[in-house]
Design a protein. Sequence first.
Length: 346
Amino acid sequence: MSPVFTVIIAIITLIVGFILLIKGADAFVSGSSAIAKKLRVPPIVIGLTVVAMGTSFPELAVSVTASMSGSNSLAVSNVTGSNLFNLLVVLGMSALFTPLIVGKNTLRSDFPFSIVCAFLLAVFGFTGRAASETNPLVIGRVGHLEGAILLILFVLFLISTVMVALKARKEGTVDDTGEEEVGKDMPIWKCILYIVLGAVAIKFGGDFVVGDILTLPNGVEVQYGATAIARIVGMSETLIGLTIVALGTSLPELVTSIVAARKNEVDMAVGNVVGSNIFNILLILGVAAAISPVDFIMENLIDIAVLIASSVMVWIFAWTKGRLTRAEGCIMLALYAGYMVYICVR
């Protein structure tokens, strides 16, 4: 099969995969939220759990699929690239629409915890036993035990978040006016259909984005998805994960945060990004490593170091003034552009 035809197939499957991921996540969140409201689960808890995890499902689908197919570098780089995109581009773009006021709880607990999660991932990746003694690029791995630790931390974080939300609701500090109407008229069968179709779309979307080699009945091998593009143009899986895949799977967070900023729900915009970044490391890489140990290469460690430094910088921006200004948003976008140049030429 000609390289041109292979590239066309790869691009088409990437686009279809991104559409399935985004639409599938949207349908899953809508159906789950409607059912939760019918069961009278507090709306604030739905937003902090179902919706937050829903926007992270594209990353989950891609990273788990990559881990199961052996494309471990793609699993790590997808999460790292998505977190950097969320932090610098999503928050940067949102700050351009309106200065983002950051809540005290986010500054004091959530933001520092996201930095700790990134640091812990770097420690696990650097100290874990290398999966391949013959590959000099592999410096360590996140194994089954480390994956289990990440998942335990995720559960603890989720419990803590729900407890804080329930306390705020009980004290009357959360305004739920009108939220009970959302999904009220959606019948149960439609809610279940949304959930099932959304889950199916997410699964196949992850398959299409990651890609692989498909052998047709006539014996012809067809490459598709991100891994096909990596092989054809000579790009590493790490670079593909940090750029194309990370951008595509971060679109839900980008849309959600920009819409929140335009509606002046500025703390929601910041909370969505910080929460999503925590979910990406603890839940997504935790699940991926629990399924199949994830190899770490030096580039992964460098990218995580950049993520930690960027997180500290944005945290300082928010802490000094209690908000992210338009000027700081421009700085964040410029830094991301510079980082893209760096990873393309390294």
